[in-house]
Design a protein around this ligand. Structure first.
Ligand code: PLP
Length: 393
Protein backbone atom coordinates (compact mmCIF):
# COMPACT_ATOMS: atom_id res chain seq x y z
CA UNK A 1 0.00 0.00 0.00
CA UNK A 2 2.05 2.95 -1.17
CA UNK A 3 -0.53 5.56 -2.10
CA UNK A 4 -1.75 8.27 0.25
CA UNK A 5 -5.45 8.91 0.71
CA UNK A 6 -7.61 11.64 2.14
CA UNK A 7 -8.13 10.02 5.51
CA UNK A 8 -7.38 12.58 8.22
CA UNK A 9 -4.35 12.56 10.49
CA UNK A 10 -4.59 13.71 14.10
CA UNK A 11 -3.43 17.21 15.02
CA UNK A 12 -0.64 15.61 17.03
CA UNK A 13 0.54 13.58 14.05
CA UNK A 14 0.42 16.63 11.80
CA UNK A 15 2.36 18.80 14.20
CA UNK A 16 5.08 16.30 15.16
CA UNK A 17 8.51 17.21 13.83
CA UNK A 18 11.52 15.08 13.05
CA UNK A 19 14.57 15.56 15.28
CA UNK A 20 17.15 17.91 13.71
CA UNK A 21 19.75 15.23 14.44
CA UNK A 22 17.84 12.82 12.18
CA UNK A 23 17.54 15.49 9.48
CA UNK A 24 21.33 15.76 9.19
CA UNK A 25 21.63 11.96 9.12
CA UNK A 26 19.04 11.86 6.31
CA UNK A 27 20.98 14.46 4.31
CA UNK A 28 24.20 12.51 4.85
CA UNK A 29 22.54 9.31 3.60
CA UNK A 30 22.32 10.93 0.14
CA UNK A 31 26.13 10.91 0.07
CA UNK A 32 26.44 7.27 1.11
CA UNK A 33 29.22 5.49 -0.71
CA UNK A 34 31.32 8.67 -0.73
CA UNK A 35 34.29 8.82 1.58
CA UNK A 36 32.31 10.23 4.53
CA UNK A 37 33.54 10.66 8.10
CA UNK A 38 30.61 10.58 10.48
CA UNK A 39 31.04 12.64 13.62
CA UNK A 40 27.31 12.84 14.15
CA UNK A 41 26.36 9.65 15.94
CA UNK A 42 25.21 9.99 19.54
CA UNK A 43 25.74 6.39 20.59
CA UNK A 44 28.78 4.36 21.59
CA UNK A 45 30.41 2.63 18.62
CA UNK A 46 31.35 -0.36 20.81
CA UNK A 47 29.41 -3.62 20.74
CA UNK A 48 27.81 -4.48 24.09
CA UNK A 49 30.44 -6.33 26.19
CA UNK A 50 30.22 -10.08 25.62
CA UNK A 51 29.47 -11.09 29.24
CA UNK A 52 26.28 -9.01 29.02
CA UNK A 53 25.22 -10.59 25.73
CA UNK A 54 25.92 -14.07 27.16
CA UNK A 55 23.88 -13.36 30.30
CA UNK A 56 20.95 -12.26 28.13
CA UNK A 57 21.22 -15.33 25.87
CA UNK A 58 21.38 -17.65 28.89
CA UNK A 59 18.41 -15.90 30.49
CA UNK A 60 16.37 -16.34 27.30
CA UNK A 61 17.35 -20.02 27.07
CA UNK A 62 16.45 -20.40 30.73
CA UNK A 63 12.92 -19.13 30.16
CA UNK A 64 13.10 -15.35 30.68
CA UNK A 65 10.84 -14.94 27.67
CA UNK A 66 7.58 -13.97 29.36
CA UNK A 67 5.92 -10.73 30.40
CA UNK A 68 7.56 -9.33 33.52
CA UNK A 69 5.98 -7.20 36.22
CA UNK A 70 5.05 -3.80 34.75
CA UNK A 71 7.73 -2.14 36.88
CA UNK A 72 10.33 -4.73 35.82
CA UNK A 73 12.03 -7.68 37.52
CA UNK A 74 12.40 -6.91 41.22
CA UNK A 75 15.97 -8.25 41.13
CA UNK A 76 16.88 -5.59 38.57
CA UNK A 77 15.16 -2.82 40.52
CA UNK A 78 17.12 -3.94 43.60
CA UNK A 79 20.36 -3.73 41.60
CA UNK A 80 19.44 -0.22 40.38
CA UNK A 81 18.56 0.84 43.93
CA UNK A 82 21.90 -0.50 45.18
CA UNK A 83 23.77 1.29 42.37
CA UNK A 84 22.04 4.57 43.24
CA UNK A 85 22.90 4.14 46.90
CA UNK A 86 26.56 3.31 46.38
CA UNK A 87 27.30 5.68 43.46
CA UNK A 88 24.85 8.53 44.06
CA UNK A 89 24.24 8.34 47.82
CA UNK A 90 20.52 8.33 47.03
CA UNK A 91 17.92 6.07 48.62
CA UNK A 92 15.15 4.75 46.36
CA UNK A 93 12.96 1.84 47.43
CA UNK A 94 13.16 -0.86 44.73
CA UNK A 95 9.54 -1.88 45.30
CA UNK A 96 7.79 1.47 45.13
CA UNK A 97 10.25 4.09 43.86
CA UNK A 98 11.81 2.59 40.71
CA UNK A 99 10.25 1.56 37.40
CA UNK A 100 12.21 -0.10 34.59
CA UNK A 101 11.51 1.38 31.15
CA UNK A 102 12.27 1.02 27.44
CA UNK A 103 15.33 3.24 27.51
CA UNK A 104 15.70 6.65 29.11
CA UNK A 105 13.33 7.96 26.43
CA UNK A 106 10.37 6.13 27.90
CA UNK A 107 11.40 7.12 31.43
CA UNK A 108 11.45 10.77 30.31
CA UNK A 109 8.12 10.38 28.59
CA UNK A 110 6.55 8.80 31.68
CA UNK A 111 8.03 11.49 33.95
CA UNK A 112 6.57 14.22 31.73
CA UNK A 113 3.19 12.52 31.28
CA UNK A 114 2.98 12.08 35.06
CA UNK A 115 3.78 15.71 35.90
CA UNK A 116 2.61 17.89 33.01
CA UNK A 117 -0.98 19.03 32.45
CA UNK A 118 -2.23 20.81 29.33
CA UNK A 119 -0.93 24.36 29.64
CA UNK A 120 1.86 23.46 32.08
CA UNK A 121 5.35 24.68 31.35
CA UNK A 122 8.57 22.68 31.33
CA UNK A 123 11.86 24.60 31.55
CA UNK A 124 14.95 23.58 29.61
CA UNK A 125 18.34 25.23 29.93
CA UNK A 126 19.70 25.21 26.39
CA UNK A 127 21.65 23.99 24.50
CA UNK A 128 19.90 20.68 25.13
CA UNK A 129 18.81 17.50 23.40
CA UNK A 130 15.79 18.48 21.26
CA UNK A 131 13.85 15.21 21.58
CA UNK A 132 12.43 16.40 24.90
CA UNK A 133 10.26 19.00 23.24
CA UNK A 134 8.01 16.58 21.36
CA UNK A 135 7.47 14.63 24.58
CA UNK A 136 6.29 17.81 26.31
CA UNK A 137 3.98 18.35 23.35
CA UNK A 138 2.61 14.81 23.78
CA UNK A 139 1.75 15.70 27.38
CA UNK A 140 0.00 18.89 26.21
CA UNK A 141 2.59 21.14 27.86
CA UNK A 142 4.75 23.99 26.66
CA UNK A 143 8.57 23.89 26.45
CA UNK A 144 10.20 27.05 27.77
CA UNK A 145 13.79 27.47 26.62
CA UNK A 146 16.24 29.27 28.88
CA UNK A 147 19.32 30.10 26.82
CA UNK A 148 22.54 29.57 28.76
CA UNK A 149 25.17 32.11 27.72
CA UNK A 150 28.16 30.90 25.77
CA UNK A 151 30.28 33.45 27.65
CA UNK A 152 29.93 31.24 30.73
CA UNK A 153 30.83 28.06 28.83
CA UNK A 154 27.17 26.95 28.82
CA UNK A 155 27.35 26.33 32.56
CA UNK A 156 24.05 26.12 34.40
CA UNK A 157 22.99 29.65 35.37
CA UNK A 158 20.64 29.24 38.32
CA UNK A 159 19.51 32.89 38.31
CA UNK A 160 18.38 32.70 34.68
CA UNK A 161 16.48 29.49 35.29
CA UNK A 162 14.90 30.59 38.56
CA UNK A 163 13.70 33.81 36.93
CA UNK A 164 11.82 31.71 34.37
CA UNK A 165 9.83 29.71 36.94
CA UNK A 166 6.14 30.67 36.93
CA UNK A 167 3.02 29.33 38.62
CA UNK A 168 2.60 27.08 35.54
CA UNK A 169 6.04 25.48 35.80
CA UNK A 170 5.54 21.74 36.27
CA UNK A 171 9.12 20.59 35.78
CA UNK A 172 12.67 21.61 34.95
CA UNK A 173 14.78 19.17 32.94
CA UNK A 174 18.51 19.14 33.70
CA UNK A 175 20.88 17.01 31.64
CA UNK A 176 24.40 16.77 33.04
CA UNK A 177 26.82 15.79 31.53
CA UNK A 178 25.08 17.61 28.79
CA UNK A 179 24.25 16.63 25.24
CA UNK A 180 25.47 18.51 23.12
CA UNK A 181 28.14 20.40 25.13
CA UNK A 182 29.62 17.71 27.40
CA UNK A 183 29.53 20.27 30.22
CA UNK A 184 28.97 18.95 33.76
CA UNK A 185 26.77 21.41 35.65
CA UNK A 186 28.11 22.85 38.88
CA UNK A 187 26.70 21.62 42.16
CA UNK A 188 25.85 24.97 43.70
CA UNK A 189 23.74 26.03 40.71
CA UNK A 190 21.98 22.65 40.65
CA UNK A 191 21.18 22.91 44.35
CA UNK A 192 19.74 26.40 43.87
CA UNK A 193 17.56 25.29 40.95
CA UNK A 194 16.27 22.22 42.80
CA UNK A 195 15.45 24.30 45.90
CA UNK A 196 13.64 26.97 43.87
CA UNK A 197 11.70 24.27 42.01
CA UNK A 198 10.66 22.68 45.30
CA UNK A 199 9.56 26.08 46.65
CA UNK A 200 7.33 26.40 43.58
CA UNK A 201 5.95 22.84 43.70
CA UNK A 202 7.81 21.88 40.55
CA UNK A 203 9.76 18.75 39.77
CA UNK A 204 13.32 18.52 38.53
CA UNK A 205 13.81 15.75 36.01
CA UNK A 206 17.46 14.72 36.08
CA UNK A 207 18.45 13.15 32.76
CA UNK A 208 21.48 11.16 33.89
CA UNK A 209 22.11 9.13 30.74
CA UNK A 210 25.75 10.31 30.53
CA UNK A 211 26.32 10.05 34.27
CA UNK A 212 28.58 7.00 33.80
CA UNK A 213 30.79 8.98 31.40
CA UNK A 214 32.21 11.73 33.60
CA UNK A 215 35.97 12.04 33.11
CA UNK A 216 36.93 14.44 35.87
CA UNK A 217 35.53 12.95 39.08
CA UNK A 218 33.30 9.96 39.78
CA UNK A 219 29.95 8.94 38.33
CA UNK A 220 27.56 11.44 39.75
CA UNK A 221 23.92 12.38 39.59
CA UNK A 222 22.07 15.58 40.29
CA UNK A 223 20.25 13.68 43.00
CA UNK A 224 23.46 13.33 45.00
CA UNK A 225 24.09 17.09 45.03
CA UNK A 226 21.01 18.15 46.92
CA UNK A 227 19.94 18.07 50.53
CA UNK A 228 16.23 17.41 49.84
CA UNK A 229 15.79 15.34 46.69
CA UNK A 230 12.04 14.69 47.14
CA UNK A 231 11.10 16.64 43.99
CA UNK A 232 13.75 14.99 41.81
CA UNK A 233 12.89 12.35 39.24
CA UNK A 234 15.96 10.48 38.08
CA UNK A 235 16.11 9.17 34.51
CA UNK A 236 18.93 6.86 33.52
CA UNK A 237 19.67 3.95 31.21
CA UNK A 238 22.19 1.34 30.14
CA UNK A 239 22.51 2.92 26.69
CA UNK A 240 25.67 5.00 26.92
CA UNK A 241 27.76 3.62 29.79
CA UNK A 242 27.30 -0.04 28.84
CA UNK A 243 27.04 0.46 25.05
CA UNK A 244 23.50 -0.92 25.09
CA UNK A 245 21.48 1.55 23.01
CA UNK A 246 19.66 -1.17 21.07
CA UNK A 247 18.55 -3.09 24.15
CA UNK A 248 16.25 -0.18 25.07
CA UNK A 249 16.64 -0.43 28.80
CA UNK A 250 16.33 2.43 31.25
CA UNK A 251 14.64 3.41 34.47
CA UNK A 252 12.84 6.15 36.33
CA UNK A 253 13.36 6.67 40.08
CA UNK A 254 11.25 9.06 42.11
CA UNK A 255 8.56 9.38 44.72
CA UNK A 256 6.05 6.56 44.95
CA UNK A 257 3.12 8.51 43.47
CA UNK A 258 5.04 9.26 40.30
CA UNK A 259 6.33 5.69 40.07
CA UNK A 260 2.81 4.30 40.55
CA UNK A 261 1.60 6.61 37.75
CA UNK A 262 4.50 5.56 35.50
CA UNK A 263 3.77 1.90 36.18
CA UNK A 264 0.16 2.46 35.08
CA UNK A 265 1.44 4.20 31.94
CA UNK A 266 3.37 1.00 31.25
CA UNK A 267 0.07 -0.90 31.43
CA UNK A 268 -1.40 1.29 28.72
CA UNK A 269 1.66 1.43 26.46
CA UNK A 270 4.33 -1.27 26.41
CA UNK A 271 3.45 -3.33 29.51
CA UNK A 272 7.12 -3.54 30.53
CA UNK A 273 10.64 -3.39 29.21
CA UNK A 274 11.81 -6.52 27.37
CA UNK A 275 12.51 -9.44 29.73
CA UNK A 276 15.76 -10.34 27.97
CA UNK A 277 17.01 -6.75 28.05
CA UNK A 278 16.23 -6.58 31.75
CA UNK A 279 18.42 -9.62 32.37
CA UNK A 280 21.17 -8.02 30.26
CA UNK A 281 20.89 -4.87 32.39
CA UNK A 282 21.17 -6.90 35.57
CA UNK A 283 24.47 -8.33 34.35
CA UNK A 284 25.63 -4.88 33.15
CA UNK A 285 25.05 -3.31 36.55
CA UNK A 286 26.16 -6.16 38.81
CA UNK A 287 28.68 -8.06 36.61
CA UNK A 288 32.28 -7.52 35.54
CA UNK A 289 33.07 -3.79 35.27
CA UNK A 290 36.50 -4.20 33.62
CA UNK A 291 35.22 -3.96 30.01
CA UNK A 292 32.92 -1.09 31.00
CA UNK A 293 35.80 0.88 32.52
CA UNK A 294 37.89 0.18 29.40
CA UNK A 295 35.22 1.78 27.17
CA UNK A 296 35.10 4.84 29.41
CA UNK A 297 38.89 5.12 29.26
CA UNK A 298 38.77 4.99 25.47
CA UNK A 299 36.11 7.74 25.39
CA UNK A 300 38.32 9.84 27.65
CA UNK A 301 41.36 9.39 25.34
CA UNK A 302 39.23 10.42 22.37
CA UNK A 303 37.90 13.43 24.27
CA UNK A 304 41.49 14.44 25.10
CA UNK A 305 42.55 13.99 21.48
CA UNK A 306 39.66 16.07 20.11
CA UNK A 307 40.08 18.87 22.68
CA UNK A 308 43.84 19.02 21.99
CA UNK A 309 43.29 19.25 18.26
CA UNK A 310 40.65 21.96 18.64
CA UNK A 311 42.95 23.99 20.90
CA UNK A 312 45.53 24.04 18.09
CA UNK A 313 43.08 25.14 15.38
CA UNK A 314 42.68 28.76 14.34
CA UNK A 315 39.56 30.73 15.29
CA UNK A 316 37.54 27.87 16.79
CA UNK A 317 37.11 26.60 20.35
CA UNK A 318 34.86 24.43 22.49
CA UNK A 319 33.79 24.44 26.14
CA UNK A 320 35.71 21.68 27.96
CA UNK A 321 33.59 18.53 27.81
CA UNK A 322 34.06 16.99 31.25
CA UNK A 323 31.67 14.21 30.33
CA UNK A 324 29.51 12.57 27.64
CA UNK A 325 30.72 11.85 24.10
CA UNK A 326 30.65 15.24 22.40
CA UNK A 327 32.65 18.40 21.73
CA UNK A 328 30.69 21.53 20.86
CA UNK A 329 32.75 23.44 18.33
CA UNK A 330 32.24 27.20 18.10
CA UNK A 331 32.39 28.01 14.38
CA UNK A 332 31.16 31.59 14.69
CA UNK A 333 34.24 32.79 12.76
CA UNK A 334 32.93 31.13 9.58
CA UNK A 335 30.34 32.67 7.26
CA UNK A 336 26.69 31.69 7.38
CA UNK A 337 24.49 29.89 9.89
CA UNK A 338 25.68 26.72 11.57
CA UNK A 339 23.30 24.71 9.36
CA UNK A 340 24.99 26.21 6.29
CA UNK A 341 28.41 25.46 7.73
CA UNK A 342 27.42 21.85 8.56
CA UNK A 343 26.12 21.42 5.01
CA UNK A 344 29.33 22.84 3.47
CA UNK A 345 31.39 20.58 5.70
CA UNK A 346 29.35 17.60 4.54
CA UNK A 347 29.18 18.39 0.85
CA UNK A 348 32.68 19.83 0.28
CA UNK A 349 34.73 17.92 2.86
CA UNK A 350 32.70 14.78 3.58
CA UNK A 351 32.34 15.25 7.34
CA UNK A 352 28.98 14.76 9.06
CA UNK A 353 28.29 16.83 12.19
CA UNK A 354 25.12 18.24 13.76
CA UNK A 355 24.55 22.03 13.76
CA UNK A 356 24.20 23.58 17.22
CA UNK A 357 20.94 25.30 16.24
CA UNK A 358 19.36 21.83 16.40
CA UNK A 359 20.04 22.00 20.15
CA UNK A 360 18.75 25.56 20.48
CA UNK A 361 22.25 26.91 21.08
CA UNK A 362 22.84 30.62 20.86
CA UNK A 363 25.66 31.32 18.37
CA UNK A 364 27.10 29.08 15.70
CA UNK A 365 28.24 25.57 16.68
CA UNK A 366 28.83 22.09 15.36
CA UNK A 367 28.39 19.07 17.61
CA UNK A 368 31.21 16.60 17.11
CA UNK A 369 30.63 13.11 18.46
CA UNK A 370 33.60 11.20 19.87
CA UNK A 371 31.80 7.88 19.41
CA UNK A 372 34.15 6.80 16.66
CA UNK A 373 37.75 5.62 16.40
CA UNK A 374 40.74 7.94 16.86
CA UNK A 375 41.60 7.29 13.19
CA UNK A 376 38.19 8.55 12.05
CA UNK A 377 38.38 11.48 14.48
CA UNK A 378 41.80 12.39 13.08
CA UNK A 379 40.51 12.26 9.52
CA UNK A 380 37.43 14.32 10.39
CA UNK A 381 39.41 16.94 12.30
CA UNK A 382 42.02 17.15 9.51
CA UNK A 383 39.20 17.99 7.11
CA UNK A 384 37.67 20.56 9.47
CA UNK A 385 41.13 22.15 9.76
CA UNK A 386 41.35 22.22 5.97
CA UNK A 387 37.96 23.94 5.73
CA UNK A 388 39.07 26.57 8.27
CA UNK A 389 42.26 27.21 6.32
CA UNK A 390 40.36 27.53 3.03
CA UNK A 391 37.61 29.73 4.36
CA UNK A 392 39.48 31.97 6.80
CA UNK A 393 42.68 32.75 4.91
C1 PLP B 1 20.40 13.62 26.65
C2 PLP B 1 19.81 12.31 26.26
N1 PLP B 1 18.81 11.80 26.99
C3 PLP B 1 18.24 10.62 26.66
C4 PLP B 1 18.67 9.90 25.58
C5 PLP B 1 17.99 8.61 25.24
O1 PLP B 1 18.59 7.53 25.88
P1 PLP B 1 18.05 6.04 25.73
O2 PLP B 1 18.79 5.38 24.61
O3 PLP B 1 18.33 5.38 27.03
O4 PLP B 1 16.59 6.12 25.46
C6 PLP B 1 19.70 10.40 24.77
C7 PLP B 1 20.15 9.68 23.58
O5 PLP B 1 20.94 10.11 22.79
C8 PLP B 1 20.30 11.64 25.15
O6 PLP B 1 21.31 12.15 24.45
Amino acid sequence: MNSTNNLPLSRLALSSKSSPIREMANLASQYEGDDLVSLAIGEPDFTTPSHIIEAAANAAKGGATHYTQNAGFLELREAISQKMLSENKAIFDPVSEIVVTNGAMQALCFALLATVDPGSEVLFPTPCWPNYFSQVQLAGGKSILVKLPQSNGFQLDSDLLIKSITKDTAAIVLNSPNNPTGVVYNRKAINEVVTAAADNNAYVIADDVYEGLIYEGDADSIVSYVDHPENILVVNSCSKKYAMTGWRLGWLAGNKDIIAAATKLHQSTTSSASSVSQMAALEAITGDQVPINAMKKEFQSRRDYVVNRIEKMQSVSCPKPNGAIYAFLDVGSLDGSDSDIAKRLLMDYGVVTVPGSGFEAEGSFLRISTATSIEQLKLGLDRIEQMLENELN
